[in-house]
Design a protein around this ligand. Structure first.
Ligand code: MRU
Length: 368
């Protein structure tokens, strides 16, 4: 189970024994095995992102930032090596915009170095800042989302609030607290009766392997469901609110998130159930407007669909589910149009999923 106190949990950190090692949790192995994995080079960082040792938009960005620190450290601040690392990191996963945001932020900080000896120190500082700020951002999302949950609880006279979530937009997808889960954790800590329907989220099962793991560790009541169950639960009054995360949100409020999110939004719309998306501002792509046309959707290895990972006789194993003569496609994300979204929960407050809504909270982005 989750080690330490919830407030001390982190998904990425510099090794306390060796500042040439960045440490992560190998999320591929959860919930069956909790293993710390060492990143010793920027190439290790690229593999960790592409192979999903780490995943979730904010953590992908933080891992990229720490990978640039490793590039600086191992090359004594060589700009060519740092730019080669940045290029490779940018190609490691296409949909989460936090990746580009973090890489550009570290590179821009490095331009302030007065001498090459400063480069590694500045890269480390920026990676640390990105992580510390992400925790505060999640806290902000948690507090604003908590108000929504409190209002639903009040409307039910203190009855259990049933939240449905998709994928893992939890502590494991950020540095701590998560985006979609932050309001859930804060509500639970406050004593509000809450229960979470966890979509298993095929093919990588981020719901059954990760969200369920961290909700269990934090003792939040939850139930695992197959991805297609949500509509049925909504028709029977068993869902009060849907809260998901996002990998990229356009300035007009279209939301890219794990494949299947769109279908949950359609079902919520049909059943007049509020559908909220929780996001840090680092996930907003201010340069895109039309999510369906403009957001690149990652296509991953068909092996993720064909095989299912689990535990048998105490041993982690992977089994094939289909025959050899079947074509397979594996789109990792889909786009939910803004018209299906009730509101966006950000660190600065909740807003309408529209350009006006987002700019009301982030007026500084008007001219972007
Ligand atoms: O493919 P993944 O596991 O990186 O996808 C993650 C998601 O879709 C999350 O819901 C999203 O990144 C929000 S994380 C706070």
């Amino acid at each position: 189970m989750l080690p330490g106190k919830p407030e001390d949990f982190r998904t990425i950190w510099l090794s306390p024994d060796d500042e040439a090692i960045v440490q992560i949790i190998d999320q591929r192995l959860l919930p069956h095995d909790y293993r710390i994995h060492d990143l010793r080079s920027w190439q290790d960082g690229v593999v960790a992102i592409a192979e999903m040792y780490v995943r979730g938009a904010p953590l992908i960005g933080a891992t990229a930032a720490w990978s640039l620190y490793l590039a600086a450290l191992n090359s004594a601040g060589n700009p060519a090596e740092i730019h080669a690392a940045a290029d490779a990191l940018l190609k490691s996963r296409p949909t989460a915009v936090n990746l580009r945001w973090a890489v550009e932020r570290v590179l821009s900080r490095l331009t302030t170095a007065e001498k090459s000896a400063d480069i590694t120190r500045l890269a480390r500082l920026e990676a640390e800042n990105i992580c510390d700020e992400d925790i505060e951002i999640s806290r902000g999302i948690g507090n604003h989302g908590l108000e929504l949950i409190e209002a639903i609880a009040a409307g039910k006279n203190g009855g259990v609030v049933n939240v449905l979530t998709h994928c893992n937009a939890g502590s494991l997808a950020t540095i701590n607290w998560g985006t979609a889960t932050a309001p859930i954790y804060f509500a639970h800590q406050k004593g509000i009766k809450i229960h979470v329907w966890v979509d298993e989220t095929r093919p990588r099962n981020q719901g059954s392997q990760l969200t369920a793991w961290e909700l269990a560790a934090n003792k939040v009541p939850h139930t695992l469901i197959v991805d297609n169950a949500g509509g049925h639960l909504m028709q029977h009054g068993m869902v009060d609110v849907v809260i998901t995360g996002t990998d990229r949100t356009t300035r007009c409020g279209d939301v890219a998130n794990k494949i299947g999110t769109y279908l949950k939004a359609l079902a919520a719309f049909d059943n007049r159930i509020p559908f909220y998306v929780a996001l840090p501002s680092t996930t907003i792509d201010w340069n895109s407007r039309d999510g369906i046309a403009e957001i690149p959707i990652e296509e991953r290895d068909p092996g993720e669909v064909i095989n299912v990972y689990g535990i048998a006789d105490g041993k982690a194993t992977s089994v094939r589910t289909t025959g050899p003569d079947t074509a397979v496609s594996n789109y990792a994300f889909d786009v939910t149009p803004a018209r299906l979204v009730t509101g966006l929960i950000t660190e600065r407050g909740v807003c309408a999923p529209s350009e006006d809504g987002l700019l009301s909270l982030f007026p500084d982005m008007q001219s972007t």
